[in-house]
Design a protein around this ligand. Structure first.
Ligand code: UD1
Length: 420
């Protein structure tokens, strides 16, 4: 297993380009199963989750090629049984359920496992496909879904924590080939869901209300091959913006969709960070001094849970108290105990973390617990005095393309080492 060895204290300076969005490309890859024709997806980030999803598509019988950021999939012949172990390991793979059911009228997909950021149920995914007429049973760790014919329906997909991102994508994909009209209320409005819907429309689907909480899908008989450019990763862009501010550097971020980043950019400005648009790029530097801000994570267009840990790293450096409240995933504070090893003063009170910022950070060996927590530890490590070793960075490789190369390009003293 690889670790990242970081020597703290170097401000980030220079230019970085954002890769394609992980959370868009995974369901888009699943959507290619809805047709037997060739689909070409561009701006595909080089991530282990993408490689993993490609393996899942192959295990279902699809031909898959990836070269230079372009993915080609032809799912001419498909079997409806996903490899149990492959699917179980990656949460995002649940979104093959809707496409397989729509195309083959049956699907057998292993239940995705739990996760350190909290329980990750799939009840809303199942509620959605049941509303379209599927019979669903759980047997030996598999979801078995059957529907000789999917029929459009009105359904409400809001859960305890609000809408579901992959659940919306899953049900929307299933509904593209259903008979009649499906209306999803309390649909997720995330840009990644919009990107999936735009790809489906390019394949011949009839989806309206994209980006709103009410999505209407008029079923069609079949979908065809299509080409698509994946949207830039707003979470990666935000991570670089926060890292620029944390290290007191200045970074120009190219290719970011600022219209997908309002909540994060607004909080950064409130915290005193200088965020300027220069043509299509974003220039971020710390500004005069940092101020503590309170943050509550919410579904889009609220502050994204996927930026909570990184923002906590910034607040650790800010004199004063900030309260970070997690409303999307109840246990997403695994990074707090690792941050404490670096010297952070953070207390958990129910769904909130109370960050007493300003304590000096000093390097230590820390353990990455999930993807975004790992990014936050890297940010903290780049600021801490001395050396920080971030262990288990396979989490980072799941969702950040060449993160160590990109950070080195900005001047960070960071190297990949083998764990002993
Ligand atoms: C996606 C993202 C993840 C992000 C999350 C929230 C991908 C691959 N992953 O995950 O990076 O952190 O959105 O923005 O796109 N829930 C239920 N029942 C369900 C499904 C979800 O109760 O059937 C709950 C979850 O436990 C959570 C909330 O709904 O509390 C939101 O989860 P959801 O939007 O589904 O997250 P994912 O789509 O899995």
């Amino acid at each position: 297993m690889d670790s990242l060895l970081i020597k703290g204290g170097t401000p980030l300076h220079g230019d970085v380009t954002v890769s394609g969005a992980k959370n868009a490309v995974l369901p888009i890859m699943a959507a290619t199963l809805l047709t037997g024709e060739e689909c070409v997806i561009r701006r595909v980030p080089k991530l282990s989750d993408v490689t993993f999803m490609a393996e899942i598509l192959k295990s279902l019988g699809a031909e898959v090629k990836i070269a230079d950021g372009t993915l080609t999939v032809r799912a001419a012949k498909l079997n409806g049984v996903g490899d149990y172990d492959l699917i179980r390991k990656m949460r995002g793979s649940i979104c093959i359920l809707g496409p397989l059911l729509a195309r083959l009228h049956k699907a057998k997909v292993s239940l995705p496992g739990g996760c350190v950021i909290g329980s990750r149920p799939v009840d809303l995914h199942l509620k959605g496909i049941k509303a379209l007429g599927a019979k669903v049973t759980i047997d030996s760790g598999y979801i078995l879904a059957k529907a000789p014919k999917l029929i459009g329906a009105d359904l409400f997909l809001g859960g305890r924590a609000g809408p579901t991102v992959l659940g919306t994508a899953n049900v929307m994909m299933a509904a593209t080939l259903a008979e009649g009209v499906t209306i999803i209320e309390s649909a997720a409005c995330e840009p990644e869901v919009m990107d999936v819907a735009n790809f489906l429309n390019a394949m011949g689907a009839k989806i309206s209300g994209i980006g709103s909480p009410t999505i209407t899908i008029t079923g069609v008989k079949e979908l065809h091959g299509a080409e698509h450019d994946v949207i830039p990763d707003r979470i990666e862009a935000a991570t670089f913006a926060i890292a620029a501010a944390a290290t007191d550097g200045e970074v120009t971020i190219h290719g970011a969709r600022t219209d997908h980043m309002h909540a994060v950019l607004d909080k950064l400005r409130e915290a005193g960070v200088k965020v300027e648009r220069k043509g299509p790029s974003l220039v971020v530097s710390r500004g005069r001094s940092l101020k503590p801000v309170d943050i509550t994570t919410l579904p889009y267009s609220g502050f994204p849970t996927d930026c909570q840990a990184q923002m906590m790293a910034l607040m650790m450096l800010t004199n004063g108290i900030s309260i970070i409240t997690e409303r999307v995933f109840e246990s997403r504070f695994m990074h707090v105990s690792e941050m404490a090893r670096l010297g952070a003063d953070i207390a958990i009170e129910g769904p909130s973390a109370i960050v007493k910022g300003g304590a000096p950070l000093s390097g230590a060996a820390v353990m990455a617990s999930d993807l975004r927590a790992s990014a936050a530890l890297v940010i903290a490590g780049m600021v801490a005095r001395g050396q920080t070793l971030v262990k288990r960075i396979y989490h980072l490789d799941r969702g950040y393309e060449n993160i160590d190369d990109k950070l080195r390009g900005l001047g960070a003293k960071i190297e990949r080492v083998q764990e002993t």
